[in-house]
Ligand binder design. Structure first.
Ligand code: NG6
Ligand code: CA
Length: 519
């Protein structure tokens, strides 16, 4: 709003100054909206309590903290989901992921989840004249079914709004373990073609089961298929030796790609989605970060990510575009310590609370699954503040559209631009959160979770996922840890929440639902 008036004021002042003798050229310049560069820095599995800016005492993240203290630090910022694929889907499409039945953790061979006709954040920005790029983790599927990794893999990010893409297809623990640039596997030797399968192994290829002696990071659950760089993965892969990434160099590799993109595209507005892989498993810090946190690889890769962000910020500054760049920092879902490898994350965690006082974690419908660090930073434009407004990553589409004076958004994305810019404390009234197929409602200070069948505590990952055979109602402002179930003692609030949930969800999930298979 203020932005719109600002343009009007500048325009009017311009006319007055020029004594109404403004020529056509100047008028065009004055009317053109100011288009800041937009950078979304997105971490993988970083929890609400994993940054010193969000209360962590056992590790220090000075570079991300600088964004938090120089921008808006949201205390009620959400990913749409407690796992990666659905959250990324919501971030890019502005749609609730539960509207798409396939929006669940995808294997590396899954087809593209976003329809090429669907609205996306980068598509909207392209229409506004932006250059668009993704560097980092994709995990939204590629191709239409059977992918030939030795030819151009399409459709993918380039077909849903990104001019440029430099990605890892799924997750760092899933094959194919190669970088893909604009649809082509980087460094592929045509004489050593890549084959990928998630059901059966290729004859004679070693796995963590057949050749445990080749493994240098032991698997705990899952992760016992093909071995790459001594790390057993999910899925089978054959060939592509020369193209395989080096895990310990991945963070530096993506940083350089992100920096180079900025340097070569700074003369016109750009959107960069910088999707970092930390602290998802396998946690493979570069040797210069090994042991730095004293908390094992999980802590080390958080410090590594923080350092990368510091370097990236330096680039924005050196290139003279820091004050013309809106940066959004967040994470795709909450934290997990043991996500399938023995990597000391549990043993060396000490007093660190990656959940920041919330309950649950990755995969959980309790708030630690979806409430994540969330920061907006725009030097010179955003005045530093802490905001309690409820905002979701899904809202970037409508909000950035408003910033650019367009309504080119999508149904579920809410315009909370004023909250993002720190001009208002008002965010969303409510938000449906999702975790492995289960949904719940955050509305005002309250969280409503329907009754769900299935086990609450998942031993292998050590996370409470939130399944109870009865309804749960928490006042998350007074009880951030979600321990006092007020469903029985606050019947009016309970019915109010159920009514909102039913309206938003469209289906009656309040009567107890069989849990979808845990992934
Ligand atoms: C799970 C994996 C987990 C992780 C997750 C995806 C097993 C047993 N667990 O299936 O390690 O890869 O998928 O994480 O295989 S996410 O952050 O990309 O959603
Ligand atoms: Ca994730």
């Amino acid at each position: 709003m203020i932005k719109k008036y600002l343009h009007f004021i500048i325009f009017t002042a311009g006319i007055l100054l020029l004594g109404c003798k403004t020529d056509k050229k100047e008028e065009v310049v004055l009317k053109t909206p100011n288009k800041p560069n937009i950078v979304v820095i997105y971490l993988d599995d970083l929890g609400y309590g994993d940054l010193s800016a969000y209360g962590a005492t056992e590790l220090q993240t000075p570079n991300i903290d600088a964004l938090a203290s120089g921008g808006i630090k949201f205390t009620n910022g959400y990913a749409s989901s407690a796992t990666c694929t659905p959250s990324r889907y919501a971030l890019l499409t502005g749609m609730y992921p539960w509207r798409n039945k396939d929006a669940k953790i995808l294997p590396g061979t899954a087809p593209l989840l976003i329809s090429t006709t669907q609205q996306t954040l980068p598509k909207m920005l392209k229409k506004q004249g932006y250059q668009t790029a993704i560097v980092g983790k994709w995990h939204l599927g590629l191709g239409t079914g059977v992918v030939n990794w030795n030819e151009k893999v399409t459709p993918g990010p380039n077909e849903v709004g990104f001019d440029k893409s430099y990605i890892l297809a799924a997750t760092q623990d899933r094959v194919p373990t190669v970088y893909i640039k604009d649809g082509n596997v980087v460094g592929l030797d045509k004489n050593d073609p890549i084959q990928v399968d998630y059901k059966s192994n290729f004859e004679g290829e070693p796995t963590a089961i057949s050749n445990p002696e080749m493994v240098n990071m032991k698997w705990h659950h899952g992760h016992n298929n093909s071995i790459v760089n001594g790390i057993p993965r999910i899925g089978y892969m054959k060939g592509g030796e020369a193209a395989k990434w080096i895990d310990t160099e991945m963070a530096d590799h993506f940083l350089v790609k992100a920096q180079n993109y900025v340097k070569s595209h700074k003369d016109n507005p750009f959107f960069l989605y910088y999707a970092m892989q930390q602290p998802h498993v396998p946690r493979t810090p570069h040797p210069r970060f090994v042991g730095k946190s004293g908390m094992g690889p999980r802590g080390d890769v958080i410090l590594e990510a923080d350092w990368m962000i510091g370097e990236f910020m330096k680039t924005l500054k050196e290139e003279g575009i820091l004050e013309n760049t809106l940066i959004v920092f967040s994470s795709d879902n909450g934290p997990v310590l043991n996500d399938g490898y023995y990597d000391d994350a549990v043993e060396k965690n000490g007093n660190h609370d990656s959940k920041g006082g919330l309950r649950g974690g990755k995969y959980s419908i309790f708030e630690a699954g979806t409430r994540v660090p969330f920061i907006t930073y725009w030097k010179g434009t955003i005045q530093p503040a802490v905001s309690d407004a409820i905002v979701c990553q899904m809202d970037l589409l409508a909000s950035i559209a408003d910033l650019l004076d367009t309504k080119d958004s999508s149904t579920d994305s809410k315009n909370v631009l004023n909250a993002f810019l720190g001009k208002s404390d008002k965010g969303r009234d409510n938000l449906v959160i999702e975790a492995t197929g289960k949904t719940a409602l955050r509305s005002g200070d309250w969280l409503y979770i329907p009754a769900y069948k299935g086990k609450n505590f998942r031993e292998k990952v050590g996370v409470e996922v939130g399944n109870f055979p009865y309804e749960q109602l928490y006042n998350v402002k007074e009880d951030i840890g979600q321990h006092k179930n007020l469903a029985e003692s606050s019947p009016e609030k309970l019915s109010e929440m159920k009514a909102i949930f039913l309206k938003l969800r469209g289906v009656d999930f309040t009567k107890g639902v069989k849990e979808v298979q845990f992934r």
